[in-house]
Design a protein around this ligand. Structure first.
Ligand code: HEC
Length: 100
């Protein structure tokens, strides 16, 4: 019984951490550049990265970043899987937001 509970707890705690570790910013960049850049460029010019670096940008936490990527994925109809959303969030965080 004790072991079962411990195993369950371990699965709950470790599984999301492992999933997060698997997210790959390089894959995220490819997905992002294909589906997301055009519209941000049309708003801000340049390479569109001002969307993330403008002084009043919206995303301040990793949760907000994940939510924003999910919302934009749904809006755009990119049909990404949750793992793909995680790759893109990892790319955006590594490149622009650097939220710990
Ligand atoms: C049709 C246009 C359009 C497309 C395509 C688009 N976005 Fe956006 N995105 C916006 C607009 C407009 C905002 C700013 C919203 C605001 O300021 O509240 C935004 C904001 C964001 C932000 C928040 C920036 C901040 O303020 O910190 C993120 C992150 C983001 N988009 C990610 C994505 C991702 C990932 C994709 C690809 C799935 C994508 N966007 C595709 C229009 C678009």
């Amino acid at each position: 019984m004790k072991l079962t509970f411990a195993t369950l707890l371990l699965a709950l705690v470790v599984a999301p951490a492992l999933a997060a570790d698997k997210s790959d910013p390089k894959i995220g960049k490819t997905l992002h550049d294909k589906s997301c850049v055009g519209c941000h460029v049309s708003k801000f010019g340049g390479d569109g990265s001002k969307m993330y670096t403008r002084p009043d940008h919206k995303v301040q936490t990793l949760d907000q970043l994940a939510a924003r990527v999910r919302a934009c994925n749904n809006n755009v109809g990119a049909h990404w899987f949750p793992e793909e959303e995680a790759h893109v969030a990892a790319y955006l965080n590594a490149t622009f937001y650097q939220i710990k």
